[in-house]
Design a protein around this ligand. Structure first.
Ligand code: ITT
Length: 198
């Protein structure tokens, strides 16, 4: 059976699908299962939320399920938006509003204090409720105006110093090779193989 991708974020679905291309694993997104109830993400950590999302969907559908909980950790903001990245500017999930809020909070903060990282925990759950997790992160700097059209979320503000480009300016293949999500996914293949053999 295909693995369920327990996310309703289309940007994540695109990247996770691309990252699992070329493996033996077929995936199916939650878009195929509109009746699965929304998981309440009330955890304090990426790991707690990833585990909860993967486990609830795996048990509900009786299928091996992969969930991603991720976000942007900004040092000057003591780690915000962190686990609240998706709804930083309030309910409604508007990436542009989140980006505006981040720029406001960093207004006049000099470049050397604008360090940040994207973090991602991927959880894989089996229908019996067992869960394994991996994590990945990627270091960068929050610039002071958006650049680039690719990706999603905070990508236009996240500069990767080694490339001199934001995630939104990089090809998706390069983003996937160095991103928090890509790094977490690289570590997940053995777990998926074990789950497939159960
Ligand atoms: P699901 O829970 O349905 O997967 P979500 O968007 O609510 O979707 P999260 O709670 O994990 O997922 O929030 C992650 C947020 O962090 C996401 O909405 C973006 O704002 C941000 N984010 C995570 N990865 C990102 C990336 O690669 N590029 C840009 N922003 C990212």
């Amino acid at each position: 059976d295909p693995i369920i991708l327990a996310t309703r974020n289309e940007g994540k679905v695109r990247e996770l699908q691309q990252l699992l291309l070329g493996t033996d694993f077929k995936v199916e997104s939650l878009a195929c299962y509109p009746d699965v109830p929304e998981v309440v993400e009330d955890g304090d950590t990426f790991k707690a939320n990833a585990v909860k999302k993967a486990r609830e969907v795996a048990v509900a559908l009786g299928r091996t399920t992969l969930a991603d909980d991720s976000g942007l950790v900004v040092d000057y903001l003591d780690g915000a938006p962190g686990v609240h990245s998706a709804r930083f500017a309030g309910p409604g999930h508007d990436d542009a509003a989140n980006n505006r809020k981040l720029l406001q909070l960093l207004n006049d903060v000099p470049q050397q204090k604008r360090t940040a990282r994207f973090c991602c925990v991927v959880a894989v759950a089996t229908p019996d409720g067992q869960v394994a997790t991996t994590q990945g992160s990627c270091e960068g700097i929050i610039i002071d105006e958006p650049r680039g059209e690719n990706g999603f979320g905070y990508d236009p503000l996240f500069l990767v110093p080694q490339y001199g480009k934001t995630f939104a300016e990089l090809d998706s293949a390069i983003k996937n090779a160095i991103s928090h999500r890509g790094r977490a996914l690289q570590k997940v293949r053995d777990i998926l193989k074990a789950a497939a053999n159960d």
